[in-house]
Design a protein around this ligand. Sequence first.
Ligand SMILES: NC(=O)C1=CN([C@@H]2O[C@H](COP(=O)(O)OP(=O)(O)OC[C@H]3O[C@@H](n4cnc5c(N)ncnc54)[C@H](O)[C@@H]3O)[C@@H](O)[C@H]2O)C=CC1
Ligand SMILES: N[C@@H](CC=O)C(=O)O
Ligand code: NA
Length: 441
Amino acid sequence: MGIVRVYCEDVMSEVLRVGVAGLGTVGAETVRLLRLRREDLARRAGRPIELVAVSARDRSKDRGVDLAGVAWEDDAVALARRDDVDLVCELIGGSEGPARTLVETALSAGKSVVTANKALLAHHGTALAKTAEAGGVTLAYEAAVAGGIPIIRALRQGLVANSIGRVYGILNGTCNYILSAMRDTGRAFDDVLAEAQELGYAEADPSFDVDGIDAAHKLSLLAALVFGREVDFDGVHIEGIRPISPLDIAYAEEFGFRIKLLGIAEEAPEGVRQRVHPCMVRKDAPIAQVEGVFNAVVAEGDAVGTTLFLGRGAGAGPTASAVIGDIVDVAAGRRAPVFGIAAAELRAARPAPMEALEGRYYVRLMVIDRPGVLADVTAILRDEHVSMESMLQQGRDPMEKVPVALTTHEVDEASMRRALDKIARLDAVLEPPAMIRIVEL
Ligand SMILES: NC(=O)C1=CN([C@@H]2O[C@H](COP(=O)(O)OP(=O)(O)OC[C@H]3O[C@@H](n4cnc5c(N)ncnc54)[C@H](O)[C@@H]3O)[C@@H](O)[C@H]2O)C=CC1
Ligand SMILES: N[C@@H](CC=O)C(=O)O
Ligand code: NA
């Protein structure tokens, strides 16, 4: 059995020399905070932490941080090869390209790495963890999941006594910001997305945010940590928030729900089910109160019960806060296996299919308002053993399409999908049905 030392006492007294690659939203704030809190961080780490080198795309850009006396590398990977760099901080982003090469090169050279890059870890996390652990160095990624919330530490160390059956949360600040603003102000999707981009919340490619990919990256890391399995990004069922319309937001309120993009990882008889999709959650559920750029993570442990972690999930300050926490851990000699147990001991991924999921559903149709339409819809639901809980039809105009919204009792996803396929083929149903899962939390 591979044993990985969790805490090491032999904290060195010399300076920890840091190289930072990427000086954008997160990198520039990390550099600023490292400088600002230099003395206190040294006291807390037990030794000084010094920024010795940086790399970014454009050397001439003014980032509002003082880089006097700091070496510049045009090629980020060169940071990993410098003899005067002990720790590489990767804040470039992307699952391939310079970020991946930099991290691989640094770990192979026996240097610890701190990264905020969930895309990289979602695709290559297991292999990178093996490289780090084989070299006896750290690969730390607190900033990669739920921004400033110290959730990786909490799950890996604080909740270690528990068997956790389910972990879920609001894992993308951009989406939560958009959904909150759409509900509160009725503003248009694109308009709010542009604002989230300006605030530094969104990914370089914002479709990663709105299509649920970023939340899925983060969920796959939480699932590996909680369930002791290899990172399985490909096993995540992913749906984003683009199809959510103001109409569905209004119906949600009417039914007593709020719409949130959740990432949920849970043990199921078939394995581990990982899913990211918009959810209708009860208006009075704690997670329904989480608004704007805030993230929340809930872990359900057998000993502790339900724990809720709340904080800002994106933006310069919250993310740099997490990056610096990891740097100080390395400086202080605190080490932990990347995914909680030795990477070589992680079990193979075993994704549970969505079709077997049992749950309730919200469905909204746009139909021609003529006699018999609702009878056709309910007949299909009956044939597929989908039991309807309630139905709302607002407005009556035989010349126009009208919305019809309904909620169901518990049913398996396979039956629900079959019913929706048949309903979509009815002549009087004018648009693909909108379906949002109702999640009991
Ligand atoms: N912005 C946020 O709120 C959060 C971001 N993250 C992650 O942090 C990382 C950085 O994100 P941001 O700072 O928002 O991105 P950004 O786009 O603001 O900054 C990226 C930086 O990388 C540099 N860069 C690009 N290609 C490079 C190359 N080949 N060599 C050297 N430098 C290069 C750019 O010049 C820029 O300074 C990403 O992995 C992102 O997913 C994680 C949590 C929150
Ligand atoms: N784009 C991400 C940034 C943090 O991971 C988000 O919006 O949550
Ligand atoms: Na975090």
